[in-house]
Design a protein. Structure first.
Ligand SMILES: Nc1ncnc2c1ncn2[C@@H]1O[C@H](COP(=O)(O)OP(=O)(O)OP(=O)(O)O)[C@@H](O)[C@H]1O
Ligand SMILES: [Mg+2]
Length: 237
């Protein structure tokens, strides 16, 4: 299949001491795609994203981002090259205002932060209204929006979003997924990890199923939604 990949991972291995968290993972994110990582707790989803970002040093394999080898690069360099991770648990600074959280997202390039702020407030009017509010007092959904909005402040080409729906009411989950779909339509490539497998596959183009550090299945969202073993293990059907 011909695909113009923004991210290409080959045979990635990551160990934490004696734990082989990734045992040779290969996956791609095409330019303009939403790709979802499906897998139970401990399967290695966060490890994949953190390693792509540069927060973990792989023990084997390679990572290419925009056709350049990036495995081994430090995080700040990868962020400047155009990727961003919205971490599990949202990772906003609770004691800082909405505005200061957003400015932190642009800290390596404050040059056009004013215009970026305007764009972000256009897409997330709620955050504009609450720009002086302390982030810790936002609702869970608002905090997830802030975390995604902060990612946009660094003007990335690819955003990795680690389990954005965790702890959110179903109706808010729909809002967050709609935000991701809209961002994707604006041109952002998205690597998403989700336990909310059905909803995630509904918005994604393709997906990978991860089990204890290995990809056991991959395909288009439709293929995975119709796959017997995926339905049994992740869709309760
Ligand atoms: N810093 C660490 N030190 C030791 N082991 C770790 C560390 N981080 C992750 N692991 C282990 O690596 C494996 C993969 O963890 P990871 O967090 O990537 O899974 P995950 O798919 O994101 O799970 P979850 O759905 O619970 O977030 C697990 O066995 C975990 O215990
Ligand atoms: Mg995780």
């Amino acid at each position: 299949m011909e695909r113009n990949n923004i991210l290409s991972i080959k045979d990635l291995k990551v160990n934490y001491g004696h734990v082989n968290a990734l045992k040779g993972v290969s996956l791609d994110v095409g330019q303009g795609e939403i790709v979802v990582l499906v897998g139970a707790n401990g399967a290695g989803k966060t490890t994949i994203m953190e390693t792509v970002l540069g927060a973990n040093v792989p023990s084997g394999g390679e990572i290419r981002f925009k056709d350049k080898l990036t495995s081994g690069n430090p995080v700040d360099r990868n962020v400047r090259n155009g990727m961003y991770l919205v971490p599990e648990g949202r990772g906003v600074f609770s004691s800082m205002t909405v505005m200061d959280n957003l400015l932190l997202g642009a800290h390596h390039n404050l040059k056009d932060s004013a215009s970026k702020l305007e764009l972000v407030f256009d897409s997330f009017p709620v955050l504009g209204e609450r720009r002086t509010q302390i982030a810790g007092t936002l609702s869970g959904g608002e905090r997830q929006m802030l975390a995604i909005a902060r990612a946009l402040m660094s003007a990335p080409d690819m955003i990795m979003v680690d389990e954005p729906s965790i702890g959110l009411a179903p109706i808010i989950v729909n809002d967050i997924f709609e935000i991701l779909v809209n961002l994707n339509k604006e041109g952002y490539s998205i690597l998403l990890s989700e336990q909310n497998v059905y909803k995630a596959l509904k918005i994604a183009h393709r997906g990978y199923v991860l089990e204890t550090g290995k990809i056991i299945k991959s395909g288009t969202s439709d293929e995975l939604l119709n796959d017997e073993s995926v339905r049994e293990a992740y869709l309760g059907a």
